[in-house]
Design a protein around this ligand. Structure first.
Ligand code: TXA
Ligand code: MG
Length: 322
C-alpha cells in the first residue's frame, strides 16, 4: 500500500526517500506533485520517466521558505521580493535567472528556473524534512488531467510511485499562476492567483500567447489537461451527437433538453473559487463514467475563471470543433 497518511513518521520516511534519490507524490494546495531532490539530476530524470514527460518541459521547484529560493534564483529583484512577501506561501510561481547549482534537466536547459513556496502544511513539512528544495510537476501522466486527490494519483501512477502522501482534496484545485519577472512582467500560465491580484501589485502584466508556435515556456503546449474522452466546449450552435454517451460539465446547473449520461456541476452558486477547486475532480468523474465525449460549458473569463478556461481550452485543443 503506497498511499500513506501524512503522520510525522510517514513524512520523515518520505523525506528520506527524497534524500535517497527516490520520487514521492505529495499534496499541495493546487494539485498533487511528483517530487524529487532538485539537486539530484538522476532523481529528477525519474519524474520525466514516470510521467512520460518530454525533457523540453521544465519543472517547478518547491521551497519551504523565501530564503531557500536564494539557492535557486541568482538574484531576486525588488519586484520579485514584493510578490514573495505578498503571495508566498501560495499558488504563485516566479521565473527568474537560475544559479549554476540548478541542474539543466530541471529547467530544460533554460537559464531561468520556476520556483514557488506552497502553502500546504504537508508539502512544507516534507521539504523541510528533506532539507532540499523539491522539483515537482503535477503527479499525472503527461497531458492528462491533474490530480487533486491521492486517489487520482493512485489511479494514474499508483504502481510507479513508491510513496503517495495523502493530504486530502486540494483546496485551490488548479495549478499555480506562473509569472516571469521581466520588465514588464509576463504571465506564462493563469492559475491559482488571479491576474487581477497581480496587476494590483505590478501594474500591467503582459499575457503570453498560450498557443504560440514557439512558446516562451516549453510547457505552454497547446493540448494538455485532457480527459480520456474527447472534450468540446459548448457554444451557441453546438449539435449534440446522438447515440453517444455524453458527459456534461456544467458551470452552475444541469442542462435541460439534452440527453446526457452524466452531468457534473462546477459550482451551483457560480463561485469561481469553488468551480476551480472542483474542476479536475468533475473531469475525473466524467472519465470514470466512461462517456464517449465530454461537453464543457464556458465560465466567466475573470479571476480564477481565467485559469479554468485555460485548462478547458487546452483540453479541447486535442480535437477539431464539434
Ligand atoms: O501548482 C503547480 O504549479 C503544480 C504543483 C505540483 O506545485 N505544479 C505544476 O507543475 O503545475 P507543471 O509541471 O505542470 O508545470 C511546469 C510548467 C512548465 O510546463 C512550464 O510551463 C513552466 O512550468 N516552467 C517551468 N520552468 C520554467 C522556466 N524556466 N521558464 C518558463 N516556464 C517554466
Ligand atoms: Mg502538469
Amino acid at each position: 500500500m503506497n498511499v500513506r497518511k501524512p503522520t510525522p513518521l510517514e513524512i520523515q520516511k518520505a523525506a528520506e526517500a527524497i534524500r535517497a534519490g527516490d520520487i514521492v507524490a505529495f499534496p499541495t494546495e493546487t494539485v498533487y506533485g511528483l517530487g524529487a531532490d532538485v539537486f539530484n539530476p538522476v532523481a529528477c530524470a525519474k519524474i520525466f520517466e514516470v510521467k512520460q514527460r518530454p525533457y523540453f518541459d521544465p519543472l517547478i521547484v518547491h521551497v519551504e521558505s523565501p530564503q531557500q529560493a536564494g539557492l535557486l534564483f541568482s538574484e531576486i529583484p525588488p519586484k520579485a521580493s514584493n510578490l514573495i512577501a505578498k503571495f508566498w506561501p501560495g499558488p504563485l510561481t516566479l521565473v527568474l535567472p537560475k544559479t549554476p547549482q540548478v541542474p539543466p534537466i530541471v529547467t530544460a536547459g533554460l537559464n531561468t528556473v520556476a520556483v514557488r513556496m506552497p502553502s500546504h502544511p504537508v508539502a512544507l513539512a516534507l521539504i523541510k524534512a528533506a532539507g532540499t528544495p523539491i522539483a515537482a510537476p503535477s503527479a499525472n501522466p503527461f497531458g492528462y488531467l491533474s490530480p487533486t486527490t491521492a486517489e487520482h494519483v493512485k489511479e494514474q501512477l499508483g504502481n510507479r510511485v513508491p510513496i503517495i502522501l495523502d493530504g486530502g482534496s486540494c483546496t485551490i484545485g488548479v495549478e499555480s499562476t506562473i509569472l516571469k519577472v521581466n520588465d514588464p512582467p509576463v504571465l506564462l500560465r493563469p492559475g491559482g492567483i488571479p491576474l487581477e491580484d497581480l496587476e494590483r501589485e505590478l501594474g500591467k502584466v503582459v499575457i503570453a500567447n498560450p498557443y504560440g508556435s514557439a512558446p516562451e515556456a516549453p510547457g505552454q503546449l497547446k493540448s494538455h489537461y485532457s480527459p480520456r474522452a474527447p472534450l468540446f466546449l459548448v457554444h451557441d450552435n453546438v449539435v449534440f451527437p446522438k447515440n453517444k454517451k455524453i458527459g456534461y460539465l456544467a458551470f452552475q446547473k444541469a442542462p435541460v433538453n439534452i440527453q446526457v449520461t452524466k452531468v457534473e456541476i462546477l459550482s451551483p452558486n457560480g463561485d469561481l473559487r469553488e468551480a476551480a477547486a472542483n474542476l479536475f475532480s468533475c473531469l475525473h468523474r466524467l472519465d470514470a463514467a466512461r462517456v464517449d465525449v465530454v461537453f464543457a460549458e464556458r465560465v466567466p473569463d475573470k479571476g480564477l475563471g481565467r485559469a479554468i478556461m485555460n485548462r478547458l481550452e487546452k483540453a479541447a485543443a486535442r480535437q477539431n470543433s464539434f
